[in-house]
Design a protein. Structure first.
Length: 302
């Protein structure tokens, strides 16, 4: 199988590249300067040179708070960029797997969100990703759109890595305890994506195109995730810290977050036969791997 991946430095792209290497999957990475998601000519040229069975669009503007001051930049990548890729894929007969977010919802629902629930994003980031979903669905018939939630991994910046860093600096960390989501290990997400891609390649005629939720099972607050992190870290040589629960109102951010963005992934399980691991497993795997990574060498002044 030959895949192409956008978003070369992101958590998901790094996870996809690692698993592709493990499984001897041919993986082409589309990255700057040869691939500029905000320039249609660049997108067209890159796909003209591409030889792949499936394109995975993992590129995104993900700075949720900064997007409030940079809406044009967020929409350029998440909406117009996604549309350009989808159009280019459609012209060339390349199926696309497009990654979206739980932040397309407003959080008012008490239960887990299904794919049929109405979108109503609270922030610029969510609106730009929602627009991207609509563009991909409209522009490329052979599409899979995957909404995921609260992604973490050993790569790039994320909540788990932030907590472990803060644990070395503070004895006490205040963490929000009234936002609910589906913490998702990027390597679990990557495994699901590669399985979907393989299904498309094996039998494109039977592929179940459309919109799906793809997240680790269960729900948690950020406080729950932090508590889990520090229940594991000390046994791996990592830090410990006391986690103090606070309300969203006590932690002001530029962008509003949904109080509930818990995702129901049962449609994906029924369509592709994949059962998601529970979120606790992903957090434990992430913590252990991050703490097992070699530390950067110390440079002496002498």
């Amino acid at each position: 199988m030959k895949i192409a991946v956008t978003g070369s430095r992101g958590q998901l792209a790094c996870s996809l590249r690692e698993l592709a290497t493990r499984d001897t999957i041919s993986c082409s990475v589309l990255a700057r300067p040869d691939f500029d998601l905000t320039c249609e000519k660049s997108v067209q040229r890159a796909l003209d040179r591409l030889d792949c069975d499936v394109l995975i669009n993992a590129a995104a503007y993900t700075a949720v708070d900064r997007a409030e001051q940079e809406p044009d930049a967020a929409f350029a990548v998440n909406a117009r960029g996604a549309e350009m890729i989808a159009r280019a894929c459609s012209r060339r007969g390349i199926p696309i797997i497009h990654i979206s977010t739980d932040y397309v919802f407003d959080g008012r629902k008490c239960e887990a969100y299904d794919e049929t629930d109405r979108t109503s994003p609270l922030n610029v980031y969510g609106r730009s990703k929602c627009a991207g979903e609509e563009s991909v669905a409209r522009c490329c018939a052979e599409h899979i759109i995957l909404r995921t939630s609260w992604v973490h991994s050993p790569f790039a910046s994320n909540f788990v890595k932030t907590m472990l860093r803060l644990g070395k600096e503070r004895r006490e960390i205040a963490v929000v305890n009234d936002q609910y989501g589906s913490p998702t290990y990027a390597l679990h997400l990557a495994e699901a994506i590669l399985a979907i891609a393989a299904s498309i390649v094996d039998d494109p005629a039977r592929s179940r195109w459309g919109l799906y939720h793809c997240a680790d099972a269960g729900r948690a607050t950020w406080y729950d995730v932090a508590t889990k992190i520090f229940s594991i870290a000390p046994s791996c040589g990592g830090p410990t810290a006391q986690i103090v629960p606070i309300a969203t109102a006590d932690y002001q951010t530029a962008a509003r977050r949904p109080l509930n963005s818990w995702l129901n992934s049962s449609k994906l399980a029924n369509a592709f036969g994949m059962i998601a691991p529970v979120w606790e497993t992903g957090v434990e795997m992430g913590v252990r791997r991050i703490l097992a990574a070699p530390q950067p060498a110390q440079i002496s002044d002498t």
